[in-house]
Design a protein around this ligand. Structure first.
Ligand code: SF4
Ligand code: SF4
Length: 315
């Protein structure tokens, strides 16, 4: 990492990010996981229980983030959410929204509301044209219907504890506009067009790997990486996700973050599994950085809320 921040070191682990599997009802053009309905990787019940053991044994971990693919499609989704809540953890679930219209998923919004689970709803734009181009025909209408349903349950409404945030990602290799400006544009447009409200918007930068990576020529990829490097903001290093989380793959392997998981970059300490979880060692680990880390250090960074108060966590 440039700017005198190398090597990067974790500071603590307050969040466990668990990938329940790469199956998804969508097949988005930017997806670095290359998730789709045909993917079969799935976390077993045995591994889910090991994850719960780690949560139980480590009170410092206060948040479980359940991701996928579409995490709701996992047969263990409700079990892991309920069990983590019973252990006193907060739970956050990223959702593509359209998944609520898949068979058997209809009551997921109510389940999440009853359990006060935070939702990070991915929506790449407030217009139908852009969303359907990136995520597939008909996904915008489903997303709008889902957001309205969540609002009716109290999500994203003032005076309720039900948090609904929007995750924005740009198309292809464009960089996200200013996050505050974008949040205002989304709030104004979604309210005006559909009467939809939400709490916060987080703007992400696309990772040039997976489906997006394969669609780019060598020159396009180089130009994108060059732009990310040129726009490096050292301030973002204070709140890098890898400073405070560990990511668990469907097979139970541990990684510095989702990006490292998808790229297959093991921890610097070795290729460890959930059975070998050692809080003391992992919370002081050196991070295995790659070129892709520049997607986290552009603009204001890649953190989606709940960034713990960290001291400068790099050596
Ligand atoms: S970006 Fe998200 S919603 Fe789209 S295919 Fe990938 S996992 Fe599914
Ligand atoms: S890509 Fe992962 S390891 Fe690299 S800076 Fe971002 S969160 Fe950290």
């Amino acid at each position: 990492m440039e700017g005198g921040h190398y090597p990067l070191r974790a500071k603590e682990i307050s969040t466990l990010v668990v990938n329940l599997g790469n199956r998804c009802n969508l097949r988005c053009s930017h997806c670095f996981v290359e998730a789709s309905p045909e993917r079969t990787e799935e976390m077993s019940l045995e591994t889910v229980n090991k994850v719960l053991d780690v949560l139980r044994e480590n009170p410092e971990i206060t948040l479980l983030e359940v991701m996928g693919g579409a995490p709701e499609l996992s047969p263990h989704f409700r079990y892991i959410v309920k069990s983590a809540l019973e252990l006193g953890k907060d739970v956050k679930v990223p959702s593509n929204l359209a998944v609520y219209f898949e068979p058997g998923m209809e009551d997921i919004p109510r389940f999440l509301a009853e359990n006060q689970v935070k939702i990070l709803a991915s929506l790449p734009h407030y217009t139908e044209e852009v969303v359907d181009r990136q995520r597939g025909q008909g996904t915008y209408k489903k997303a709008v219907a889902a957001l309205k349903m969540l609002n009716e349950l109290g999500y994203g409404r003032e005076g309720t504890a039900l948090e609904l945030d929007i995750l924005f990602n740009p198309a292809g290799t464009s960089l996200a506009p200013d996050q505050q400006m974008l949040e205002k544009a989304f709030k104004d447009n979604l309210m005006q067009m559909h009467g939809i409200t939400f709490n916060h918007l987080y703007a992400l930068t696309n990772i040039p790997a997976g489906r997006l990576g394969k669609s780019l020529s060598r020159e396009e990829k180089d130009a994108y990486m060059r732009e990310l490097r040129e726009k490096y903001n050292p301030e973002t290093v204070k709140t890098l996700m890898c400073s405070y989380l560990i990511s668990v793959s469907p097979e139970g392997r541990l990684f510095d973050c989702d990006c490292a998981q998808m790229l297959g970059v093991p921890l610097k300490n070795g290729d460890l599994s959930i059975d070998e979880f050692d809080y003391g060692m992992l919370s002081r680990r050196e991070i295995a950085t790659t070129q892709q880390c520049f997607t986290c250090t552009v603009g204001i960074g890649q953190s989606c809320g709940d960034v713990p108060e960290l001291e400068h966590s790099v050596a």
